[in-house]
Ligand binder design. Sequence first.
Ligand code: 5GP
Ligand code: ZN
Length: 115
Amino acid sequence: MSTDPNCVFCKIAAGQIPANKVHEDDELLVFHDIHPWAPVHVLVIPKRHVASLAEVGPEHEALLGRMMALAPRLMRDLGVTNGFRVVVNTGPDGGQEVYHLHMHVMGGPRPWARG
Ligand code: 5GP
Ligand code: ZN
């Protein structure tokens, strides 16, 4: 599996940095964002290192499908009943801070801290 020793999300996936996990399977990990924008704010990541959505190609289609398809189930399980937002910040102008592909999934009653 592809990992980057300097990548914070690879370290979370490897259990080297703690995270508040909500889902784990063979390919994906989901944990609560350390600085939530919304009452419920989780990050869906592939366990293998993919730097950004800009790096994605046809070989990642199934992975991306799994990430997206997981969102409604996660929100249901976390008690979100009134809609949610899915965001993938990509590259410098996209506001990406962590260069390991991740999908923000945010929900819960407004107002939110951001977003
Ligand atoms: P980006 O701007 O790259 O889309 O968002 C990165 C997100 O990762 C931010 O919302 C930030 O709060 C979150 N984050 C960064 N480092 C950590 C960490 O060590 N643990 C957790 N749980 N979230 C993190
Ligand atoms: Zn990584």
